[in-house]
Design a protein around this ligand. Structure first.
Ligand SMILES: [Ca+2]
Length: 414
């Protein structure tokens, strides 16, 4: 990232007052308001080490883990397959545990099986959740589907066990989100796209009755009110007649990848931009991230942005312009214990340029603006992944969207 863009994106983003607050936690001092002198730890370069090269992967787009079996990793293939890897075996060839190519529509690049999450109590209920674009059928239009599957005792997942929890009619092939994952609160979070085409022609970003262009939060353990899921009582728009109660946050164009910081519980999202800016957001309950009136830190040209409405918009914590990439792949805050130099750094990348960045934020404020930490020419990072122990991986394709799939382990460069 150039100095020029840094000055635009982070006008002196490092808050000394804030750093003082952080220090105060370690050395409590009721009296003197301190200005921190402790330097923010440097952000190291990241080494990408190719792993499990025996795997024959086609369009790997997510890596997920299970708390109850920390030695296993699961690689999601866009066409509708999940492969299980024994992470302790460098020669692992993977085991196919789910194939739902039949209902999954993956005709266009942004379509397919997009995200998978294991239930936090998977060891007891063996529930697995999937977010995918579905093939049109006789009774249903083009739609994005959130479905639950049940695994067998041997760890394979029965495609016939599908229970559709939610489907959202989707007007275009692109901008389909999305990440499904569980919060520490036990609720399921889902990022949806704005439907597609370009510039949100249906106005879903700010439409409180549409589930598109949102982060949703639902309770999969307590169905209610005629739905196969419940609505958490403290969802921010519960009780409002003009809003869908599933909505947790809005104004998000197409959050392809989001993750929780496992230490702080903050929800980091990479929101893919239109023509100008890719942004990183920390998504908070009830937050409005400004799409379509805003993109990155800027108003969208030609879109009304009244001062009253813009005052409600939450700015990203980082953004980068077109010359540095075209589609952000949100990553993770590194919390693995094996690589302390990466600890606390949020890593993300651009799908097209392959560039990887790191930044540090504390309590929603950036304390170390993004720096380029690595990347690989020709590699298209579709997703970061976090093992159960917090160590970080990355998956994607080499040379192009249809190139060979690969997985890299990330570590701090010496
Ligand atoms: Ca769409």
């Amino acid at each position: 990232m150039t100095c020029e863009s840094l000055s635009v994106v982070f006008p002196l983003a490092i808050s000394l007052a804030f750093l003082g607050a952080a220090d105060a936690q370690q050395t409590p001092s009721a009296s003197a308001p301190t200005i921190a002198t402790t330097a923010v730890p440097a952000i190291p370069k990241v080494k990408m080490q190719r792993v499990w090269s025996n795997l024959k992967l086609r369009r790997p787009i997510q890596i997920v883990s299970r708390a109850d079996r920390p030695e296993l990793l699961y690689v999601v293939e866009q066409a509708g397959r999940i492969l299980e890897i024994d992470a302790t075996n460098p020669q692992s060839e993977g085991r196919l545990v789910l194939d739902i190519k039949e209902p999954v529509q993956d005709k266009y690049n942004e379509q397919g099986l997009l995200s998978v999450a294991f239930h936090p109590k998977f060891a007891q209920n063996r529930f697995v959740y999937a977010w995918y674009t579905a093939k049109k059928d006789a009774t249903l239009p083009d739609r994005d589907v959130l479905a639950r599957f049940t695994a067998n005792e041997d760890g394979t997942i029965d495609a016939a066990s599908q229970v559709v929890l939610l489907h959202i009619e989707d007007p275009a092939w692109n901008h389909n989100g999305g990440t499904v994952l569980f919060g520490a609160d036990g609720f399921l979070y889902l990022s949806t796209g704005d439907g597609g085409a370009g510039n949100d022609p249906w106005g879903n970003g700010q439409n409180m009755q549409s589930l598109l262009a949102k982060v949703l939060r639902i309770d999969v353990d307590h169905p209610g009110e005629g739905k196969p899921y419940g609505i958490p009582a403290d969802n921010p728009f519960v009780g409002r007649a003009d809003a869908a109660p599933e909505i947790y946050a809005l104004g998000l164009r197409n959050v392809w990848r989001m993750s929780f910081d496992r230490q702080t519980g903050e929800l980091y999202a990479g929101d893919v931009g239109q023509n100008a800016w890719e942004e990183i957001d920390i998504v908070t309950k009830g937050g409005n991230y400004g799409w379509r009136p805003r993109e990155g830190f800027h108003p969208t040209p030609g879109v009304p942005d009244s001062s009253e409405a813009s005052a409600q918009f939450i700015e990203p914590i980082a953004a980068y312009p077109r010359r540095e990439g075209v589609s952000v792949t949100g990553g993770f805050v590194a919390r693995g214990t094996s690589d302390p130099r990466l600890h606390g750094i949020y890593h993300y990348a651009d799908y097209e340029s392959g560039t990887m960045w790191g930044l540090r934020a504390v309590a929603g404020k950036v304390i170390a603006p993004p720096v380029v930490v690595g990347g690989k020419r020709g590699f298209h990072p579709a997703s970061f992944g976090e093992a159960a122990d917090g160590s970080l991986f990355m998956c994607g394709t080499e040379g192009g969207a249809d190139g060979p799939g690969s997985i890299y382990r990330l570590s701090a460069a010496p």
